[in-house]
Design a protein around this ligand. Structure first.
Ligand code: FES
Ligand SMILES: [Fe+2]
Length: 339
């Protein structure tokens, strides 16, 4: 149903501390916390005795004590104490543990076979440590839809013309031709739109005057990470083979979709730009604008999920769906390969 052998975002690193935090990812109940030295831990959130969530117990040092009869588990999920029968810890008293890693201000969780978890495979964010780039604080939003509807949306540059009228829409976003490309791990839908004013969201952020050449680059990577790049460059300097010029403005919106279950998605994002690294006012304005836009997406996607789950008549596809269909095929193949 989901790709398991992959790194998903579990939350912002600052979300996790010395409290037991209950989450559901890919339909699996998980409890997360930090050891006293800050190391993150993720365990199956169900005591093997009567399946009480361990999140209802308490932390004792780096260990979790069940709140029903006190079975106590270490960070690897092994039971190390059974207070009601201290000399006979049941051999099968063990909970699953999930590899977790802090990176890019996010906590990443590996949902598959722990033996295959390699932190080098965490999605790479270029320029993250580049002091010339600035990032927004980012955010999180729960959307009541299957995560692939969000992925579809993030491979669809056309929807901005209708859904994001006051932010990302602009001349050509409705019908300029789309390019589709595939790699081993992802799909990109993109297009250049030439000689237009910046869209409302980017007005004031783009530092040059006059018309722009604009790139919409919508890229999805397995299992559900979107890199949404916007480039604005003075008219005449853009295009697929053009090099950046001094004024070229680049903003990359990173979007991380983690399935909660088949009907719910946790959507994390932040933006990363090649200008004004220290300007918090710009970061705050961009972040607020992004949240507004993603709320617009949520309103659509929750209804799409409901409508597509119980269609009365068959749904049709449009040409704009080619990228989404290519990515869904890639997801299906990855799931089949894991079986
Ligand atoms: S349910 Fe956890 S010890 Fe009984
Ligand atoms: Fe959108």
């Amino acid at each position: 149903m989901f790709i398991k052998n992959a790194w998903y975002v579990a939350g912002w690193s600052t979300d996790f501390d010395r409290t037991l935090r209950a989450e559901t990812f890919l339909g699996e109940r998980i409890v997360l916390y930090r050891q006293q030295d800050g190391t993150p831990v993720a365990l199956e959130n169900a005591c093997p005795h009567r399946k009480l969530p361990l999140s209802q117990g308490r932390l004792i040092g780096d260990m979790v004590e069940c709140g029903y009869h006190g079975l106590t588990f270490d960070c690897t999920g092994q039971c190390v104490a059974a207070p009601t029968q201290p000399d006979a810890i049941p051999r099968r008293a063990v909970v699953r543990s999930y590899p977790v890693v802090d990176r890019y201000r996010l906590l990443w969780i590996w949902m598959g076979d722990p033996a295959l978890a390699n932190p080098d495979q965490i999605f790479h964010i270029a320029n993250f440590d580049n002091p010339d780039w600035g990032y927004t604080d980012g955010g999180v939003l729960d959307i009541a839809c299957h995560y692939l509807w969000v992925c579809d949306n993030l491979l669809d540059p056309s929807h901005v013309a209708w859904v994001h009228v006051t932010s990302f829409a602009g001349a050509g976003t409705d019908n300029a031709p789309l390019d589709l490309s595939r790699s081993d791990t992802g799909v990109t839908v993109s297009r250049w739109i030439y000689g237009q004013p910046p869209s409302p969201y980017y007005t004031g952020l783009v530092r040059f005057q006059g018309p722009c050449d604009r790139l919409q680059h919508y890229e999805m990577q397995l299992p559900g990470i979107a890199l949404n790049k916007s480039v604005y460059t003075p008219a005449g300097t853009g295009g697929p083979d053009a090099a950046a010029v001094a004024d070229t403005y680049v903003n990359i919106s990173y979007n991380f979709m983690t399935p909660i279950d088949t009907d719910n998605t946790r959507y994390f994002w932040f933006q990363h730009r090649n200008t004004d690294p220290e300007d918090q006012a710009i970061s705050d304005k961009m972040n607020a604008g992004a949240r507004l836009a993603f709320e617009e997406d949520r309103a659509v996607l929750e209804e799409v999920h409901k409508g597509m789950k119980t269609p009365v008549t068959p749904a049709i596809d449009l040409g704009l769906d080619a990228g989404a269909k290519a990515f869904r095929l890639m997801v299906d193949r990855a799931i089949a390969a894991e079986r």
